[in-house]
Design a protein around this ligand. Sequence first.
Ligand code: SF4
Ligand code: FES
Length: 398
Amino acid sequence: MTEKPTNQLKNYRPYNLVAELTYKCPLQCPYCSNPTNYGETFRDELSTEDWARVFREAAALGVMQVGLTGGEPGARRDLPQITKAAADAGLFSMLVTAGTVFTKDKLANLRDQGLDSAQLSVQDSDPKNSDFIAGVPSFDKKMAFASWCHELDLPLTLNVVLHRLNLDHIDDILAMAKEIGAHRLEMANTQYYAWALENREALLPSAEQLERARAAAKQAKADNPKMEVLFIIPDYYSDLPKPCMGGWGSQVILISPTGKVLPCHAAEVIPGMVFDNVRDKSLSDIWRHSESFNRFRGTDWMVEPCRSCDRREIDYGGCRCQALMLTGDAANADPTCHLSSHHGIIVEARDAANSVAANSDTANGGAATRPPPEMIYRTWPPRGPRKAGTEPAGVSAT
Ligand code: SF4
Ligand code: FES
């Protein structure tokens, strides 16, 4: 039994609920955080009523904010009812979207149902490259979505996932965010789980690209006091890990489209771990008592070097899923840590990225002129990954 004593559980409160409403998505991003086997479960999504109950249970547990996300949450016809259920439960809601399946009226309806804010993903400031990375034409629709947010007075976060193919455009990305009136610009470098790990070779930037971008973001923060600018470096270029999800089972609950309750996006990669479902148990029960949430809570589970490290209550050993994916054991220190005996894996990947950069067009600012041949995209309907250069497939809201 792995349940924590009640006095220890008081230290853990879920502030944020990530509601993955569906894995359907018209985009095909090669760094998607959805599981690579996302197609296996899509017919069994939670109902509107399930989500309404989950939101009430989450609010009772102390959750303040819900991200309505996916896949593409707009692919669910009942999104207005789900949005209203979040508002009725008293949760601050954010629509996390690629922005391509809405009209202005649909967005206005979501706002009228109680939607508090929107986060729009854009793949690049360059329309052609944005469409290339998304795998389908989508840039113009995204810009329309941004303008509707402005007209409807919906606070907008612009989210641009950064990597080798767009980092050199950072000045234009900053200008785009200003032009569309984003309240917040989130520029998180790709983290290499799920699809991104499959595409790491194609996406991992060079140190030089990263340094230029970091300096530009820093300057933008100083120049734009009205817009919040966030720049997150990739784990691979930091020798100290971040506390993934603020610590396992500590601040965040993620619910998959079929109702599995997870401590993070990638947790299902960890073999042997069973995740309870909101169809069978209450959220409170799962948060407090489940094997999965208690497995890596706090520091008792740690092995060396984390066990005796001064940072163990700062980063909680980094990311469990990254440790599993790169070292084969989720209890190991995240190999992005310089103290990990597996840190060489990270250094090797970084060296490879820098040597590719030195020999490619990206070194001369032509970021997308030479698409890496091995990059694969996720597709919908699920029918196996698609390689760059072959025909994209589309999807419409069901
Ligand atoms: Fe963090 Fe573990 Fe590395 Fe210490 S040894 S810095 S706790 S990952
Ligand atoms: Fe699972 Fe980091 S993604 S712990």
